[in-house]
Write a protein that binds this ligand. Structure first.
Ligand code: ATP
Ligand code: MG
Length: 338
């Protein structure tokens, strides 16, 4: 049976985004841990009911590459969603606490995300729309899964300003107003893979910037009242990156801060980023794979099926046991077990 809020008791905070907060909870009824996401939804009861109905689609989603759904409910001004707890956390937390993700592991992340995207699209005709490292999660069984896909149109509408706005992982065609396709998700995957491999967000105004020379000041978020809210969202996303950079362990980036509109313009007008670093040489199969994700023309960009058939994925020797060992070796995971 579906989980209700009264079954859950709070254990600890797992993180917060622009649209919600996620808490580790104990399910008293089932005797297991879960993740509970609370999303602030400013909507009347009828719309709220519609959202809860639409979220039930997640109940039919069953794949080893999709974070499992256990139920949803109203909690005063919030909509709550009970999800499978991914005990190694999101890939953005992982690289921020442990440094760049080893390139062979990044390959398995790519494979899992592609399987997840194909499952959602082929079985449910759902386009994810929000692929980024914080929506890719790992566990200590050595599994990698995606979450936070756009199932409820009503939910997207009710929180459009802060939740599914423009983001810096958006493809050039989306920035220019083209509709979402599965190829837009492929672009976001390409950007995410570079971010994991480099340990920093790939866009900056000085592409060859040296992480060690990073000494920029933290900026305050100051919403511009002249901009519509959904153009302020990318500002939040970009600012989160800037914040994380200035706090991060082995992170770096540009010496200067690019404004969000400059950044969106940059994505549209400049060549796509590539998987290159002054410090490391990446395998050519990985470089080619990422290149194939980041063709600016969606017609040239490879499809998930084509990408799954590429050398980097097919020739990978990484097993689930290796992924398990990697997840267990993360200091961010070990800390919790001590
Ligand atoms: P944004 O709101 O910009 O999309 P986000 O994805 O980080 O950012 P949330 O989706 O609210 O925001 O998630 C907040 C954090 O909670 C994530 O970064 C992740 O680390 C953690 N988290 C989310 N779901 C789970 C889960 N099922 N298991 C473990 N941790 C999770
Ligand atoms: Mg998320």
């Amino acid at each position: 049976d579906l989980v209700k809020d009264e079954d859950l008791s709070i254990l600890e905070d797992l993180g917060a985004g622009n649209g919600g907060t996620v808490t580790k909870v104990w399910n008293k009824k089932r005797g297991c841990v879960m993740a509970r996401k609370l999303i602030l939804v400013d909507a009347k009861p009828s719309v709220r009911k519609q959202i809860l109905r639409e979220l039930q689609i997640m109940n039919d989603c069953s794949s080893p590459y999709i974070v499992e759904y256990y139920g949803c409910f109203s909690v005063d001004v919030h909509v709550g969603i009970a999800l499978e707890l991914m005990d190694a956390g999101s890939l953005d937390h992982i690289y921020r606490h442990n440094g760049p993700v080893p390139i062979d592991i990044v390959g398995k992340v790519a494979e899992a995300v592609l399987h997840g995207l194909l499952y959602l699209y082929d079985v449910h005709r759902i386009i994810h729309r929000d692929i980024k490292p914080s929506n890719i999660l790992a566990n200590t069984q050595g599994q990698i899964k995606i979450c936070d896909f756009g199932v409820s149109g009503e939910l997207i509408n009710s929180i459009a300003n802060t939740f599914v706005g423009t983001s810096t992982y958006m493809s050039p065609e989306r920035i220019q107003g083209a509709p979402y396709t599965i190829k837009s998700d492929v672009w976001s995957l390409g950007i995410s893979l570079i971010e994991l491999a480099l340990g920093r967000f790939p866009f900056s105004d000085s592409p060859e910037a040296d992480p060690e020379e990073d000494d920029e000041e933290e900026e305050e978020y100051d919403p511009d009242p002249t901009l519509p809210l959904n153009t302020q969202r990318p500002k939040l996303d970009a600012l989160k990156h800037e914040r994380r950079k200035s706090k991060g362990v082995s992170l770096g980036g540009g010496g200067h801060t690019m404004s969000i509109l400059d950044l969106l313009q940059h994505i549209v007008n400049e060549p796509a980023p590539r998987l290159v670093s002054k410090r490391k040489t990446f395998p050519s199969e990985a470089v080619t794979f990422v290149e194939n994700c980041l063709y600016k023309d969606p017609a040239e960009r490879k499809s998930p099926q084509e990408l799954l058939a590429s050398d980097w994925i097919v020739k990978s020797k990484v097993t689930q046991e290796d992924l398990r060992a990697w997840a267990l070796s993360l200091s961010s995971v070990n800390k919790e077990n001590k």
